[in-house]
Design a protein around this ligand. Structure first.
Ligand code: AHG
Length: 335
């Protein structure tokens, strides 16, 4: 039997690969690991305690907020605030970013952008949810207060990104720009253990993932591409929880699409909280991520914290094929 490598061990070992590393990023990733274990415990027992259901507050976008959203948000913020490595957080659940006071007179050099519980409308029916995070080096000087500009950086500037999938087992997948690795939580020892080393996305897969219920609301090129997927007899898989849908594609290949609809003309998903971190991970695994205008997600200059984006992400050959449909049909539909 091969020796178990825990997340902490792995992160520390990887730190040595960066000659300039001071251990702060290492500490930050470990804190995120700890917070996700705490959230995992709550997600797992959600059916047992009175934590299911709507908290009674609405988040900044007027969406009903689930109790576990609030819990996860609080726990991640608490862990990051006490870490000393993080100068502030922007969360999908909060209107503004949250600056952290200097910890033991030390101000962190990183900021974290996160969606603490993505897919939370699935919780009440026991469907998998996830946490998504992105870490950026701050732009402002460390002795100055952080500013909005520290968060409004294109995804290419991510130092690390990852997600935690609270599924049949809990898995944490992350990248620091040198490949992607996955760690499964072993509940018996309470540790994330390396289970998926150097993940590579297949060039193509046999699934496509889109909310096909909105088919008639999609632009022509998107409808034609979906028709093409049907012609190819691809299987449709859609959980409605981005982390779960993309996790499957990362391992089995395929394509995930969330285009513009009449309700969401700019797309539904958030550029900073959802699209950028998932794009960084998928690209690091050899995949591609673009919006429906064929701009690379990671190169989009964000204008505001809660900006939405369309997204097409997954196996490289399938994303390339989808681009051909945009080239061919978007010109037709604009006439
Ligand atoms: P929420 O956190 O409000 O449940 O939203 C989930 C996100 C994302 O995870 C998922 O891919 C998408 O919204 C699903 O949206 P539709 O229900 O419109 O398909």
């Amino acid at each position: 039997m091969s020796r178990i490598v825990t997340l902490d061990e792995f992160i520390i070992k990887r730190q040595k690969d960066f000659s300039y590393a001071t251990g702060e990023l290492t500490g930050l990733l470990r804190d995120i690991g700890v917070a996700s274990k705490i959230v995992n415990r709550e997600v797992n027992k959600a059916g047992l305690v009175n934590i299911l259901g709507v908290e009674g507050s609405a988040n900044t976008h007027g969406e009903a907020q689930q109790k576990l959203d609030v819990y996860a948000n609080d726990k991640f913020i608490e862990c990051l605030k006490n870490s000393g490595e993080c100068a502030g957080v922007a969360s999908e659940e909060n209107e503004e970013f949250i600056p952290f006071p200097a910890f033991e007179s030390k101000s962190g050099k990183y900021v974290v952008i996160m969606d603490p519980l993505d897919g939370s409308s699935n919780i009440d029916v026991n469907v998998s949810v996830g946490t998504i995070f992105a870490i950026y080096r701050r732009i402002t000087e460390e002795d100055q207060p952080i500013e909005l500009s520290d968060f409004l950086q294109p995804g290419l500037k991510q130092v690390a990104a990852g997600y935690v999938l609270y599924g049949t087992s809990t898995i944490l997948v992350y990248t620091t720009g040198r490949g992607v690795n996955g760690f499964t939580l072993d509940p018996s020892i309470g540790e994330f253990c390396l289970s998926h080393r150097d993940i590579k996305i297949p060039n193509r897969g046999s699934y496509y993932s889109v909310n096909q219920g909105y088919y008639l609301k999609f632009d022509l090129e998107m409808r034609r591409y979906i028709d093409y997927c049907c012609d190819l007899n691809l299987g449709l898989r859609y959980i409605g929880s981005m982390v779960s849908d993309i996790h499957r594609i990362l391992f089995q290949g395929g394509i995930f699409l969330y285009p513009n609809t009449r309700k969401y003309p700019a797309g539904k998903l958030r550029l900073l909280y959802e699209c950028n971190p998932m794009a960084f991970i998928v690209e690091q695994a050899g995949g591609k991520a673009i919006n429906t205008q064929i701009d690379r997600i990671l190169e989009i200059e964000p204008k505001e914290l809660h900006q939405r984006s369309t997204i097409v992400i997954g196996s490289p050959d399938m994303v390339d094929e989808m681009i051909q449909f945009v080239d061919k049909y978007s010109a037709v539909s604009s006439h």
